[in-house]
Write a protein that binds this ligand. Structure first.
Ligand code: GDP
Length: 375
């Protein structure tokens, strides 16, 4: 009897102890903090398998901030600064010679040499020297007044009476069309890009035509210029017919109602007949839709006599209405302005004075002459 009782008590005690242990384990289990090394939602496996519940935000297109090109006033200030840096030597040299007490034959010869070295050209140089000789002698100009006389005569040589207005005004509800021609390397494509900025600064709507399809980088280069100021660019595949790109550009320009279409043409100077065919075709197809209002010839000022030879070829194949003289910042031979105007009978309308985006300025004879004199 007593052993039965003992076993019963023992069994009861084991059950009670078991229950207590079970209860404690249950309570501890509930209090355990969640494991931090796995996400609570991860069913199994590693973190890389985790999928966010929401879709990733869609890739936003990059925000393009359009540049605001500089207006005419700022460009003219830069024109003077750059030109007086590159051309100042010419005017100062002439002034030093003219201010000598005695103007003998040797001095006049030195004056002539200075002008010819600066690419003014033989005929204009002789004219200028003749006029200076007469005025210094007859008017009895004192060395102190030499500057005034030189300024007047240089200005007359540059011809301020020439009309330098750009043909960029739309008419008959159609855009003005500007063809830009010139040999490769003259700065043609760059000048088209810079011109777009000049026009945007004048609040004109512009479309560019990348018809220089033969130079690999020209189309891409022009597209970048356009993007920077929010100007559209019509392009064609490399090596395609420049005339078809020109046609498409003007068609799009008419359709979208822009003020000006500027067309960069192919700059291969293979031979006169080839050039005539190419530019002639471009002009013909463009004129089926809108009149060409301006043909700008781009010339590199650093090429001197070579530039004049090129200018003659272009004059013979297309009616050039204005000259863009580039790289005047990199040459002390600003006299080319006079020579090229004489050669073509066409005004210099724009000048490039650096590689910066707004380093293209309207050509202003007074600023030019003042820069020559180092003012
Ligand atoms: P393209 O072959 O005639 O279209 O020539 P680009 O437009 O590609 O220009 C040729 C080079 O001349 C580029 O490196 C331009 O940055 C440079 N260039 C163009 N205009 C000027 C200018 O007015 N001054 C200077 N210093 N460089 C210029």
């Amino acid at each position: 009897m007593s052993s039965v009782l003992i076993y019963t008590v023992l069994a009861f005690a084991i059950i009670v102890i078991g229950l207590v242990i079970g209860l404690v384990a249950f309570i501890n289990g509930r209090r355990q903090p969640p494991r931090r090394d796995l996400p609570r939602s991860a069913p199994t496996g590693t973190l890389t398998e985790e999928r966010p519940e929401t879709a990733p935000p869609e890739a936003q297109p990059p925000v393009i901030t359009l540049e605001r090109p500089e207006g005419t006033a700022g460009r003219l200030v830069r024109l003077r600064q750059r030109l007086s840096r590159s051309q100042g030597g010419l005017g100062r040299g002439l002034l030093l010679l003219l201010s000598r007490d005695r103007l003998d034959e040797d001095t006049w010869e030195e004056i002539e040499d200075t002008l010819i070295t600066a690419d003014v050209g033989v005929a204009p140089t002789q004219e200028l020297v003749e006029r200076l000789r007469t005025r210094m002698r007859i008017e009895g100009v004192s060395p102190a007044d030499a500057r005034l006389v030189l300024r007047e005569e240089l200005l007359a040589l540059v011809d301020p009476a020439m009309n330098r207005t750009l043909g960029t005004t739309a008419s008959d509800g159609k855009p003005a069309v500007v063809l830009v021609v010139g040999v490769n390397g003259s700065g043609k494509t760059t000048s088209v890009g810079k011109l777009a900025r000049v026009l945007v600064a004048e609040e004109k709507t512009v479309l560019l035509g990348a018809a220089d399809t033969f130079r690999a980088a020209a189309t891409e280069q022009l597209s970048t210029w356009g993007e920077r100021v929010g100007v559209g660019v019509v392009t064609g595949p490399e090596g395609s017919d420049p005339a078809s790109v020109a046609f498409e550009s003007v068609r799009t320009g008419v359709e979208t109602g822009v003020d000006v279409v500027v067309i960069d043409t192919a700059g291969r100077l293979q031979n006169k007949a080839g050039l005539m065919d190419e530019l002639g075709k471009v002009k013909r197809v463009v004129e089926k839709q809108a009149a060409v209002s301006e043909v700008l010839l781009v010339l590199d000022a650093t090429t001197g006599q070579n530039g004049l030879v090129q200018a003659r070829v272009f004059r013979d194949v297309v009616d050039v209405t204005g000259i863009v003289l580039t790289k005047l910042d990199g040459s002390a031979k600003g006299g080319i302005v006079v020579a090229v105007q004489r050669e073509l009978g066409v005004p210099v309308k724009l000048v490039g004075v650096g590689e910066g985006a707004d380093d293209l300025a309207p050509f202003d004879p007074e600023s030019f002459v003042d820069a020559l004199l180092g003012d």
